[in-house]
Design a protein around this ligand. Structure first.
Ligand code: PSU
Ligand code: MN
Length: 302
């Protein structure tokens, strides 16, 4: 194990024993991702879903300048309450300044890759923002997924992004994208964006086989498993479209650009849907955690 990453007692033991592990990001379970008390509910549900699948959860965070893969129980309040969002490029700065912060998808795949954790569950990855042809706002999540050998389980990408361009950039970066029991790229709150995917898989075993083949051809990058939100929790695309438009307008009005854009848009969409977006967000995160746990178990047997 690389010394730049500290592991919780439980995660260190699981790594040493070759047990299945699933990394988790900490931005979604901070107030930047979900309002209290739903951030704690999300934290508890994703951790429980991974355990129920037979894997060990490894929440990633930066605590007093140290990168952690798996946090100790006494860190939980600090991590749930932290409000500095750290992407991959922020890690060295936060380390040198001994700061505490929550990890985005890009920071999480970095830490998971260093620790040797091969599966990661998030809610929805960042991607190409609408209007990126002018703003150049393309999440560093995409490049990080391409460079770190971690399977990312995600409910597509957040529907306020430009999903066709997000898929194009993933193609440019040679990131495999497979639909889990779906032919279409999911749109976070909705099961389908209507955008077809090239590859569909039916089981965690198939995903493990693809990851193993991927590594065998020397590629040291990750892949995306697109897992649609459970049907019962879905908000149909037509119902969420107005809230997305409101969220984007409010973020623009308030000048929320760069890393501040995503938290602002998510909060505005929650307000515009009378908080209906929140149970959907919790359900998709839990479903992704459960599938990630199954994939980790399948990988540990292969
Ligand atoms: N999905 C959510 N809530 C979130 C995020 C994703 O439901 O808060 C976070 C993730 O941590 C993701 C980040 O990596 O937003 C992307 O931010 P940006 O667009 O600034 O790269
Ligand atoms: Mn950005």
């Amino acid at each position: 194990m690389i010394s730049a990453v500290r592991c919780s007692t439980e995660v260190a033991a699981a790594l040493a024993a070759g047990r299945p592990l699933v990394a988790l990001e900490s931005t979604i379970t901070s107030r930047l991702g979900l309002p209290a008390p739903f951030n704690r509910e999300c934290f508890d549900r994703v951790n429980a879903a991974i355990r129920a699948a037979g894997a060990v959860p490894a929440v990633t965070a930066v605590i007093h300048g140290e990168l952690w893969a798996g946090i100790e129980p006494h860190h939980e309040a600090l991590v749930l309450g932290a409000d500095e969002k750290l992407a991959e490029r922020d890690l060295p700065v936060a380390m040198a300044a001994t700061r505490t912060g929550v990890t985005t998808v890009s920071a999480t795949v970095t830490i998971a890759g260093l620790a040797g954790i091969r599966v990661f569950a998030t809610g929805g990855i960042g991607g190409v923002h609408r209007g990126a042809e002018l703003s150049f706002d393309v999440s560093s999540d995409l490049g990080a997924i391409a460079r770190h050998p971690v399977i990312v389980v995600t409910a597509g990408a957040k529907a306020f992004l430009d999903l066709p361009k997000t898929l194009e950039v993933l193609e440019t970066l040679s990131v495999p994208v497979v639909g889990y029991q779906t032919d279409n790229f999911p749109a976070f709150w909705s099961r389908s964006s209507g955008l077809p995917l090239g590859h569909r898989v039916e089981s965690a075993d198939e995903i493990a086989a693809i990851a193993t083949a991927h590594a065998s051809i020397g590629w040291r990058g990750g892949m995306v498993v697109a897992n649609p939100i459970p049907l019962a929790a879905e908000i149909p695309a037509a119902d969420i479209a107005g809230a997305i438009a409101t969220g984007l307008t409010e973020a623009e009005r308030d000048g929320a650009v760069g890393p501040k854009a995503t938290p602002k848009i998510l909060a505005a969409i929650a307000a515009a849907t009378d908080s209906r977006s929140i149970p959907a967000n919790l359900a998709l995160a839990e479903s992704n955690a459960s599938l990630a746990g199954e994939i980790a178990v399948a990988l540990s047997k292969s």
